[in-house]
Design a protein around this ligand. Structure first.
Ligand SMILES: Cc1cc2nc3c(=O)[nH]c(=O)nc-3n(C[C@H](O)[C@H](O)[C@H](O)COP(=O)(O)OP(=O)(O)OC[C@H]3O[C@@H](n4cnc5c(N)ncnc54)[C@H](O)[C@@H]3O)c2cc1C
Length: 511
């Protein structure tokens, strides 16, 4: 039964909902809507989902005690946090509740932690505890001995954010949502009789393809949400991108801290923290600086100095020379400072905008909230009895015991062929990533960790490219880092298909 769908121009079926933007928020909404008898489509500008802010964050599932009480983001953060155990069981992404410490360095900061604890408890954050300096030193001996105490929040965790987004999208796809990649929404017009006509451009749009028609539109376009809303006159807000730089440290530092270490937020501490990532590396950051550009997201010398000066006050042995990778992402800070979620002044057009931190944490609760709002606006929510909540988790060869690895190799010999030495990624896992939707080097990297280790792809890049070329049926030089324009090598002469073109070409200057 599909009660909501009607027929659009020229007898074309209309979608019930078009979701614009395939970050973690758009993907979570797509999966949530796929529980119902609805026809939904997700349009994403990039070559894969999760390639916007979703892949460039701290990977923290916040407990919720730090966010301002009384805000929508504070409410959805606590609700979202509580949903992750079940989501992890269903979708198999990397997630661990390691807990978080907000550490104080003087009496004034200790007093502010007591207030934070009371605020957190009022919001329903479970298990908050004050620790004195002795307990802190016992539990985290590598932290500075100048710290005077901490607020412990056991429900905080670390997650692989891109794995989460990929799994949400795969689950939505499996339950009937259409996911159209390399579709940049360029125009949205109200449709006579109700609904919208959405025109996209980009390499994924077939020549002559008709525009998408949908009764409801959900704008989840991240830092571009105000520009997308402006296409239909629903932009009574603006977005200011705020850059955050992060620094990934060598795996030999694993265990230097075992919990997330936040300073008490003050102008001096800048909220820069230490993150023991799900995969066992240590990450430090992020900075917070406003910028105008919504695409170019550089890391800077000043950013690195700012981050290490801040984290060395918390953990003096952290050394910038241990950095193996760095990246930056853009927070979508709205003019209201809070999440902007709900119907806009254009009937049927919903904004899910200003989803800055803790947007990753809140994303599953945002999806439920948006679905309820759509229901109230007239979208019939008739639950399917064949909704399939799960997708297969990745094999994670590196995390297996010796016996498990032997069994995997016996069952599939490609588990016996290493592609990435630093992170112990096998050829079978690269194939598995392609089976689950990877189309680019970054898509493989974020699904398998090939290229994320100490040598940063020096060993595995050409191996992964060869597998991708074979699996996608394209010449070697057409394999990209993250979609059209991000070529890795120039074509060989003569260009063409077949074994000649599969050889590595000359490095491309803009790779
Ligand atoms: C440095 C940093 C650290 C952070 N750390 C955390 C954290 O630890 N925990 C936490 O909870 N949150 C964190 N956040 C916030 C979190 O990352 C974001 O809230 C979340 O990723 C937002 O997801 P999104 O789907 O709204 O945006 P995005 O992931 O940016 O997705 C929006 C998508 O819309 C697409 N799009 C845009 N315009 C168009 C168009 N015209 N047509 C089609 N598609 C379009 C984009 O390509 C993009 O893929 C952090 C953010 C930053 C920057």
């Amino acid at each position: 039964m599909r009660p909501a769908t009607d027929t659009g121009r020229d007898g074309v079926d209309m979608y019930d909902v078009a979701i614009l933007g395939g970050g973690v928020v758009g993907c979570a909404i797509a999966r949530e809507l796929s529980r119902y008898h609805l026809r939904c489509v997700l349009l994403e500008r990039f070559a894969e989902v999760g390639f916007g802010t979703t892949k460039t964050n701290s990977g923290i599932i916040h407990a919720g005690q730090q966010t301002m009480p009384g805000t929508l983001k504070g409410l959805l953060e606590v609700r979202g946090n509580a949903m992750f155990d079940r989501l992890q069981r269903e979708l198999g992404f990397g997630f661990r509740r390691c807990g978080e410490l907000v550490v104080a360095s003087n009496d004034e900061e200790l007093a502010s932690l007591a207030k934070m604890k009371a605020d957190g408890e009022a919001k329903g954050v479970p298990g908050l505890e004050m620790w004195d300096a002795a307990r802190l030193r016992r539990e985290e001996p590598n932290l500075s001995h100048h710290l005077t105490g901490a607020l412990f929040a056991p429900s905080a965790g670390v997650i692989n954010p891109y794995e989460f987004a990929f799994a949400l999208a795969e689950c939505a796809l499996r339950n009937g949502v259409e996911v159209r990649l390399e579709h940049e929404v360029a125009a949205i017009a109200p449709r006579p009789g109700g609904g919208f006509v959405i025109t996209s451009t980009g390499p994924g749009v077939p020549a002559g393809a008709p525009p998408v028609e949908a009764r409801f539109v959900v704008n989840a376009a991240g830092v571009h949400a105000d520009q997308v809303a402006a296409l239909v006159g629903a932009d009574d807000f603006s977005i200011r991108p705020r850059r955050g730089e992060e620094y990934m440290l060598d795996r030999r530092l694993e265990g230097i801290v075992t919990r997330l270490i936040f300073p008490v937020p003050t102008p001096a501490s800048k909220g820069i923290l230490i993150i023991p990532t799900y995969d066992g590396t240590i990450m430090v950051g992020p900075t917070a600086h406003d910028q105008d550009d919504r695409f170019d997201v550089p890391t800077t010398v000043e950013g690195s100095e700012e981050v290490f000066a801040a984290v060395r006050r918390l953990c003096p042995s952290l050394d910038p020379r241990a950095t193996i990778a760095e990246f930056a992402g853009l927070r979508a800070v709205s003019s209201s400072g809070d999440f902007i979620i709900g119907p806009s002044r254009v009937p049927g057009f919903f904004n899910v905008a200003g989803i800055q931190s803790p947007g990753l944490t809140a994303s599953p609760a945002i999806a439920v909230h948006v679905t309820e709002l759509l229901g109230r606006a007239g979208l019939p929510l008739v639950a399917r009895d064949d909704f399939e909540p799960s997708v297969a988790p990745p094999a994670r060869f590196a995390q297996r015991t010796h016996e498990e690895r032997q069994a995997l190799v016996a069952a599939q010999p490609l588990f016996g062929r290493l592609v990435c030495r630093c992170e112990l990624v096998t050829e079978a896992e690269v194939h598995e990533a392609v089976d689950h939707g990877a189309r680019t080097l970054d898509g493989v990297k974020f699904r398998t960790r090939a290229g994320m280790g100490r040598c940063q792809g020096g060993f595995c890049t050409s191996r992964v490219m060869r597998i991708l070329a074979d699996r996608l049926g394209v010449p070697f030089h057409e394999v990209t880092k993250r979609g059209a324009g991000s070529w890795m090598v120039l074509p060989m002469e003569p260009a063409g298909e077949g074994p000649e073109a599969r050889k590595e070409g000359a490095p491309c200057s803009d790779a």
